[in-house]
Design a protein around this ligand. Structure first.
Ligand code: NAD
Length: 488
């Protein structure tokens, strides 16, 4: 199967935005190149708009909103089910585009696209369930109930690390709820995600209900927030950007759903199944080349098994396969997205090494290329290092010993973030104490991959506001109206 986007790229065409049902290359906008992080080859060119495209897209979404909101839930659900089927049918080809623009392993990229299809299916089904409440007869002169309504036009602002599934996690519930959307994908990974919008159009979504714009982040986000029709922003990205968007949104009292940075502790107790814990650690750390918001960021190991865990990490690290995901060879870790990520992660490693930390084990073979770094774990990292305190967002983490369960919980919670956490133990009572003791929104307990469409994802503290996925993800895009009806 050949995708429209692949054909456009092959013919050298500029990839368009979607505004009001029209795929448009804007006359008055720039053209921006997208590069493959493994090779730095130019992959595609996108039409890179500005504030005026954001405004036009919001006008289109506003015009389309009343009819979409009034469409039956069955009607909206059918379109989302067809969208899900189209995305699943096209998963391999969309996954190839995703792998080329982000450097993620091809099997992970295809998995991300299939996971995106799941969101459309799950929310298509969820919106058909009963909503609202009818209150008990407290006052016989009245009948009292609530109804749910879509919140209105929504801005869906997404990053480059899971550019397809994060956009799907916002689009699917927003559209199911009856909202219209202006989406702004990250300029670093804008290609594969455009196929979500093609699938929606092919599935019959009415013109203007979904719009996708490319362009400068702050200029377009601010234009959206200022637009009188916008009612909500759903943003995934870094905490500083989330916080600045929230400040702007507060002027207009816009609903904000914010999925922000992480700093996940990964705790291994002496009573854990160590084979499973090491397997889980390598998945939780190196998935998506270490660039996942829920990646294991600080590894805490009970002192009794610290040396054994370090030995096991050493053996496993040297056999990691690092390379270009499109080389034809299977890989575990690809390049980082760009030089700014490389500088940031390398800076944290250099600081830790200069203060006495050491890498655990020998490095794997690392190919030449600007965006590859040595992946692995470090021990003896002083607690004042950035590697011990900040989100790394790359394939590196510090490993720290602890002496008691209470100490592990205290160290794990010693962060401003609270997105995800992991713990491995065979003691079921301890598992519950950890679940209640860790101040995070998502916990992987004896399991490294918590994300699913039917469970709520989101953080506490500076990791964000609100939840995505599950019925809570739908609530983010709905308003509740309370009805008080006099009865004589
Ligand atoms: P980022 O905040 O720099 O970018 C995210 C999006 O915001 C991109 O589309 C970018 O173009 C846009 N943006 C950048 N500056 C902006 C500005 N001033 N105003 C408006 N928009 C702006 O984040 P990133 O580097 O792309 O992603 C990494 C961060 O995102 C990490 O902290 C990671 O933990 C977080 N993240 C969180 C989740 C989650 O679900 N909680 C998921 C993925 C990534």
């Amino acid at each position: 199967m050949s995708l429209v986007t692949t054909e456009l790229i092959s013919s050298g065409a500029t990839l368009p935005m979607l505004i009001g049902g029209e795929w448009r290359v804007s006359d008055d906008s720039e053209v921006k190149g997208v590069t493959n992080p493994a090779t730095l080859d130019l992959v595609a060119r996108i039409s890179y708009g500005g504030a005026s495209q954001a405004k036009e897209a919001c006008d289109a979404a506003s015009a389309a909103f009343p009819a979409w909101a009034a469409t039956s839930t069955r009607g909206r659900s059918d379109i989302l089910i067809s969208t899900s089927e189209l995305i699943a049918e096209r998963a391999k080809e969309i996954g190839e585009l995703l792998s080329i623009e982000t450097g993620k392993a091809l099997n992970e990229a295809i998995g991300e696209v299939k996971f995106s299809a799941e969101y459309f299916k799950w929310f298509a089904e969820e919106i058909r369930r009963p909503r609202g409440e009818v209150f008990a007869l407290e006052d016989p002169t009245r009948r009292q109930m609530t109804i749910s309504r879509p919140i209105g036009v929504v801005a869906s602002l997404t990053p480059w690390n899971f550019p397809v599934s994060i956009q799907a996690r916002k689009l699917a519930p927003a559209l199911a709820a009856g909202c219209s959307v202006v989406a702004r994908p990250s300029e670093k990974a804008p290609i594969a995600v455009s196929e979500l919008f093609r699938a929606l159009v092919d599935a019959g979504v009415p013109d203007g209900v979904v719009n996708m714009i490319y362009g400068p982040a702050s200029e377009q986000s601010y234009a959206l927030i200022e637009h009188p029709s916008l009612r909500a922003i759903s943003f995934t990205g870094s905490t500083p950007v989330g916080s600045s968007l929230m400040r702007l949104a507060s002027e207009r009292i816009l609903r904000c759903a914010l999925e922000l940075g992480g700093d996940a502790p990964f705790i291994i107790f002496a009573d854990a199944d160590l084979d499973a814990a090491i397997e889980g650690l390598f998945i939780a750390k190196f998935r998506n080349n270490g660039q996942s918001c829920i990646a294991a960021n600080r590894v805490f190991v009970e002192r009794e098994v610290f040396d054994e865990v370090v030995d096991r990490i050493a053996k496993r690290t040297s056999s990691l396969r690092v390379g270009d995901p499109m080389s034809g060879q299977p890989i575990d870790i690809g390049p980082l997205i760009d030089q700014s990520r490389v500088r940031d992660v390398s800076g944290m490693v250099s600081e830790a090494l200069s203060k006495g930390a050491t890498f655990i084990g020998d490095p794997p073979i690392i190919p030449d290329g600007p965006n590859y770094i040595r992946p692995g774990f470090l021990k003896d990292v002083p607690m004042d290092c950035r590697l011990a305190r900040d989100e790394v967002f790359g394939p590196v983490a510090g490993v720290f010993p602890f002496d008691s369960e209470l100490a592990a919980i205290r160290m794990a919670n010693d962060t401003e973030m609270g997105l995800a956490g992991y713990a491995y133990s065979r003691d079921s009572s301890r598992i519950f104490r950890i679940a209640e003791g860790l101040n995070v929104g998502i916990l992987g307990l004896n399991h490294p991959l918590p994300s699913v469409a039917y469970a709520p994802m989101g953080g506490v503290k500076r990791s964000g506001l609100g939840r995505e996925g599950a019925h809570l993800g739908l609530e983010e895009f709905m308003e509740t109206t309370y009805l008080s009806i006099g009865v004589s």
